[in-house]
Design a protein around this ligand. Structure first.
Ligand code: UD1
Length: 356
């Protein structure tokens, strides 16, 4: 079967890396890279380290407004799909690349599968939420990572083609955890296991609002613990524009770095005392690694992490961030809410059973 996988942003490279091997045991997979992420440390390094096959098409779309980005991708993906006429198009997660791929395939009446379907943060001001909803409503096969995501689709009357598969980010995390131990990132950054906090911030809602970002930086400057903060290029740019970057640089508790490769970051998370983040993927990874997570958002779709007590939502409130960084200590039992690392197999089996 001919399958086109459409990817373009960092978390999609990780998801694709997990699934590509499984798909290629039997199927002809064609990879399309939209070019949404193009920096080597957001893109190239993932292909090398995770041995993702070289994309068959690189659309080179790059950065821009949402309309520009999605419009350019839609036109270019349509050309590829008209030429290839795949039996299945796969899109991953909730980025602009995901939505563009979903629209292109569904407008051509080509079967569409969504990996990480059904996620809802119940916050329509997030660009990702719109991407999630529209993509799910265009999809024929919906691969859900959790029971909650299946229930979300049910509430929106999407019941056909829904599969509870488990989360593919867990598959790759479990596969790479031991390999990541070989990374010497802790020595390089001068860190001791369980004696530092990992910080990441990249959500548009947090970075594009001066007050929100200032509130987060205020909190980081008050936390009395070593921190390591790999900075996404969007955040790097705004911190500098708002004159906040120097406060981080001058603080001797905070190690600012460029975005890290997958294995280095996995090791960094695994040995962290706590994680402070606004990333969706990192909330899950923290949970699976049993590292307490403090989330810089007001909502999350990863309810299992909250219900089991391993994740707490603090938004961008300085006091809450500082307090939870000091005293948050999860004790709850963990369920196997994200699967046991068998999601890729489940997705392939579902594809085979429906499309063969
Ligand atoms: C995108 C996704 C987000 C995902 C994140 C993972 C959307 C709407 N957002 O956010 O869901 O969690 O990827 O990282 O699709 N930039 C660079 N180099 C790059 C890529 C981006 O410098 O390689 C800068 C550009 O200034 C760009 C900005 O980052 O304008 C934002 O990039 P964009 O791809 O629009 O969104 P992300 O914030 O990366």
């Amino acid at each position: 079967m001919k399958i086109v996988s459409i990817i373009g942003a960092r978390p999609q490279f990780i998801k694709c890396a997990a699934l590509t091997r499984e798909l290629r045991t039997e199927h002809n997979e064609i990879i399309v890279h939209t070019g949404q992420h193009y920096d080597s440390n957001l893109s190239g390094v993932f292909f090398e380290e995770l041995e993702i096959p070289k994309p068959d098409y690189n659309l080179g779309v790059g950065s821009g407004t949402h309309g520009y980005q999605i419009g350019q991708m839609l036109m270019s993906i349509e050309n590829v799909l008209m030429k290839e006429r795949p039996e299945l198009t796969l899109v991953y997660g909730d980025t602009n690349t995901t939505l563009a791929g979903a629209l292109a395939a569904s407008k051509l009446h080509l079967p569409l599968g969504h990996v990480e379907a059904g996620l809802r943060f119940l916050d329509r001001s997030m660009p990702e939420e719109i991407n999630r909803i529209l993509t799910d409503h265009c999809s024929d096969l919906l691969f859900c990572p959790t029971r909650t995501t299946v229930n979300n689709l049910n509430k929106e009357n999407i019941r056909q083609g829904v599969y509870l598969t488990g989360d593919i980010m867990v598959d790759i995390l479990l596969r790479q955890k031991e390999v990541a131990e070989k990374s010497n990132v802790l020595q390089t950054l001068g860190l001791k296991s369980k004696q530092y906090i990992v910080v990441t911030v990249h959500r548009a809602g947090n970075t594009d609002n001066r007050e929100s970002l200032r509130s987060i930086v205020d909190a980081l400057c008050q936390i009395d613990q070593t921190m390591v903060f790999p900075i996404h290029p969007r955040t790097d740019g705004v911190l500098k524009r708002y004159g906040l970057y120097s406060r981080l640089e001058e603080n001797n508790k905070i190690r600012v770095t460029k975005p890290l490769a997958y294995l280095d970051f996995l090791k960094l998370m695994n040995h962290a005392q706590k994680i402070l983040t606004d990333s969706g993927g990192i909330q899950k990874e923290a949970y699976v690694l049993k590292v307490p997570c403090i989330t810089l958002l007001e909502t999350t779709g990863w309810d299992e992490t909250i219900e089991d007590g391993w994740n707490v939502l603090v938004g961008v409130n300085t006091e809450k961030i500082v307090n939870r960084a000091r005293d948050f200590e999860p004790r709850g039992e963990q369920r196997e809410g994200f699967g046991k690392g068998e999601a890729c197999k489940n997705i392939k089996n579902a594809i085979d059973s429906v499309l063969k």
